[in-house]
Design a protein around this ligand. Sequence first.
Ligand code: ATP
Length: 529
Amino acid sequence: MPTSFLNLAKLCDKLEKISKTKEKIALLSNFLRSLNPYEIEPAVFLIIGTPFAESDSQTLDISWRSILETNYTAKQTTLFNQPLTIRAVHEYFSKLAQISGSGARKKRKRLLEMLFRESSPLERKFLVRMILGEMRHGVAKGLMIKAIAEAAHLDYSLIKRLSAIYGNIGEIARLALVGGEEGLSKIEVAPFTPIKPMLAENLDSLDELFKKPVSPMAIEYKYDGVRVQIHKKADKVHIYSRRLKDITSSFPEIADLIKKTIPNHSCILDGEIIAIRRNDQRPLPFQELMRRFKRIHEVQRLRQEIPVQLYLFDILLLDDKILFDYPYQERWNILATICKGLTLAYRIISSEKEEITRFYQAALAAGHEGILLKKLNSPYSPGERKKEWLKLKEAIHADLVIIAADWGSGRRTGWLSNYHLAALDPLKGTFHEVGKTFKGLTDEEFQDMTANLQKIKTYETQYTVYVKPQIVVEVAFNEIQKSPQYPAGYALRFARIKRIRLDKDPSEVTSLDEIAYLYERQFEKKARI
Ligand code: ATP
């Protein structure tokens, strides 16, 4: 018998009502064990509220507004017919993700209405949360990994390690529950199965690093582009993004280049692609590179307009050899040998503060984002952010006022934790949103902020509380982009709160003119098209 979606909705409802992690894991693992094999994968994704695997190229781009446009409170009409099943809901989501082109909005609305009509109020409540990716029951991927391990009676560390390598936790669950450890052995490091990239920890300053003696490290330019993992076998090359999506069609020239330069090996390479200006090869802002992603149909033209440059910095597989456990320096040597003719990240090896400072300044002067400091003996840890790689970059600061906040999910359930930040138009005395952030506050600060924002609430919708512009925060960010999404015309990239500026009045916050000036100033180092 197929499992009904109502059972899954009831599980989510129970998970929302209990707070003890152990009890949540027990509920989840019992539920996973009760499923038919073909239901495990979709159920895992539906429960954690991300309808598709990370490695899947499908996404559900449905906003709260699109849901409101449907008649989503309409009476259920199929109550006594076939109940909605887990599989059926997943199929609905796949169909919704595939809708594109002209008339997409209407088609999406029609399909959503069909789905809602087939569902009861409880099912509908969780369908909406799944669509918006906000489950509010405190079960994110981390807890799901624990539940899978418990359900399959396997080591948590095994499931965690595999989920760091492989971007489909649903499939991991199915293989673990159906075939145990042997089933999981099917997951292997091989070309065309993208692996989560190793990440870097933030370093605030070199002073912080040099508080202790430092051994020689590799210092590399930090290029501001897209992280790419390039897989090659025979004459086939695929390029994957950091989120494990296949992005080969955005960068055909890079795929050709790899084919030509490494004819005789299978490999998995790690690197960064940046956009450069044709005449002087200077890096262009990240925003220009993003245009290569959005316009799949115009790749040929954009290839001319926005040339790209690949910088390689790691190798994870060479022929049949997995290189994760090789020390970084050895991996680099292998990379340098097989990638003759390709450009590797510019680097030095040093333990001298002055030399590293000079190198950092040279990176910024050349229009790059900063530097990475890598331990020479470090292994490659897929999907992990460890102290073995540190990143140092220059941030820009602004004081902004909070004008609204969204309710958090997962660990942040019950907190207003995503803040809408605004700059001042001093002439009109009005505030205009230039970005959002959920980064930078401690748990205690989130709680205080939630209470303080509610005191100045003007109105609220299901997910957002709008407030009087009274609380000023100092925000660090990496870049300012032109953005049609915000009426102000600008958006901050990677904003994070540095301090709550109780000492500042909203009338003192950064003005829109200053934002425009900061935007222009970026081009002292970066190129402009
Ligand atoms: P950021 O926002 O600073 O790019 P992130 O969270 O996207 O950080 P991190 O792993 O924390 O990613 O920072 C390292 C990122 O910097 C890599 O993901 C990669 O995209 C980029 N990068 C640029 N140059 C290098 C390099 N030489 N070595 C490693 N990563 C590099």
